[in-house]
Design a protein around this ligand. Structure first.
Ligand SMILES: Cc1ncc(COP(=O)(O)O)c(C=O)c1O
Length: 387
């Protein structure tokens, strides 16, 4: 069966009621026929559900589909994308360890690395995705892992996954990829040796702005550490949200295709607009990392960013003139969204670090939704015209 069909047809075992669609298993725990069966399930001699902090049929179904897409054998679903990022880091780190991270990461990931991990004696060195030749100089004996995000939120920096793979192998460190912007439909980090792949399922995986969720998938050995850490610290996704996310995956292929088509069309339309200095979209031919994006991604994704000519006051005026686009921080929704990252999602970063991550004060992020492209285009053009 093709992946597209398996996303629709993968389903947890039917109950005696013979329901067509998967039911929601809203239960905290699962029962046993005997004390012996319970003992053997706890000791892993028998397969079976125990407790929803550990696993649940709805979570298993969602994880199975994500593992299929990401070409990894095991996963753990979390209550948010950040819980998955935190798990990916903390399952492996201890006091004295050192982390390498792309300088272009989501704002909260920066906060974990800059504010939270140092409390436990863990330090980070940021690497510039455009200066991979310098990376070797940052490696120390205590370096444990490399974490990258590609394309990055919101700077759309593309990190060369093949270079990351060679680098991590050379230095014997763990390779973690946040694949949120691309989704596994556009980019498969497992093919570039990533040990662990992380998603904010809140974005394209739900795709309808309804639930928070996350997932981490990886190889058996690494996932054993992650599952141990997760089961005992409790960041698990709720069964209801897992049910929603699993249903959403049924339509991910058609939604991603439509997001990418709309985004490319919008990027082309904004390119060369007199009130805009730069348009960024990975599959726009003049995008600085176009060749690399083409090499490791199937389509360009659903995010377009651009820089307005003028100051923050102009940026705010543009945002406030929009009639259709929603002013909100989410992305990957059916509804088109506008965000000003420098004063919202990435406002806690130092200005110099923001610039390094490709986030100027003039940068506007558009999450291109699934409305008719004519309506999205008209709304943006009328707002630009009023400046
Ligand atoms: C690349 C990336 N990683 C992680 C997250 C965090 O996800 P969540 O909001 O589901 O915790 C986000 C959120 O925007 C993101 O864009």
């Amino acid at each position: 069966m093709k992946d597209k069909s398996r996303l629709i047809r993968t389903q947890t075992d039917r109950s005696p009621h013979r329901e067509h669609n998967t039911p929601v298993y809203l239960t905290s725990s699962f029962i046993f026929d005997s004390a012996e069966q319970m003992r053997d399930t706890f000791s892993n001699d028998l397969d079976g559900q125990i407790y929803s902090r550990y696993s649940n049929p709805n979570l298993d179904e969602f994880i199975e589909k994500m593992c299929l897409l990401e070409e990894k054998p095991a996963g753990f679903a979390t209550a948010s994308g950040m819980a998955a990022v935190y798990l990916g880091l903390m399952s492996f780190l201890k006091a004295g360890d050192h982390v390498l991270a792309s300088c272009a990461l989501f704002g909260s990931t920066h906060q974990i690395l800059d504010q939270i991990l140092p409390r436990f004696g863990i330090t980070t060195t940021y690497l510039d995705p455009l200066e991979t030749g310098q990376w070797d100089n940052a490696v120390r004996e205590e370096t444990k892992l490399l974490i990258v995000e590609t394309p990055s939120n919101p700077g759309l920096k593309i990190v060369d996954l093949e270079i990351c793979n060679t680098f991590c192998k050379k230095h014997g460190i763990l390779f973690i990829v946040d694949n949120c912007f691309a989704t596994p439909l556009l980019q498969k980090p497992a093919r570039y040796g990533a040990h662990l792949i992380i998603h904010s399922a809140t974005k394209y995986i739900d795709g309808q702005g309804r639930v928070l969720g996350g997932i981490i998938v990886g190889d058996e050995k690494e996932m054993e550490e992650v599952v141990f850490f997760a089961r005992h610290t409790g960041p698990v996704l709720s069964p209801f949200h897992a049910w929603m996310l699993s249903k959403s995956l049924e339509t991910l292929p058609i939604r991603m295709k439509a997001h990418c088509q709309n985004a490319l069309e919008l990027a082309k339309m904004l390119d060369n607009h007199e009130k805009i200095s730069t348009v960024n979209y990975p599959f726009l031919e003049n995008f600085p990392q176009y060749e690399l994006a083409k090499k490791q991604m199937k389509m360009g994704g659903g995010i377009v960013t651009f820089e307005l000519i003028g100051g923050t006051d102009k940026v705010y005026r543009f945002i406030n003139e929009l009639q259709l686009l929603s002013i909100t921080s989410n992305l990957g929704d059916t509804k088109s969204i506008v965000t000003h990252p420098a004063t919202t999602t990435h406002s806690k970063m130092e200005p110099v670090d923001r610039l390094r991550a490709g986030i100027s004060d003039q940068l506007i992020r558009i999450s291109v939704g699934l409305e008719d492209i004519d309506d999205i285009r008209e709304d943006i053009l009328q707002a630009l015209q009023k400046l």
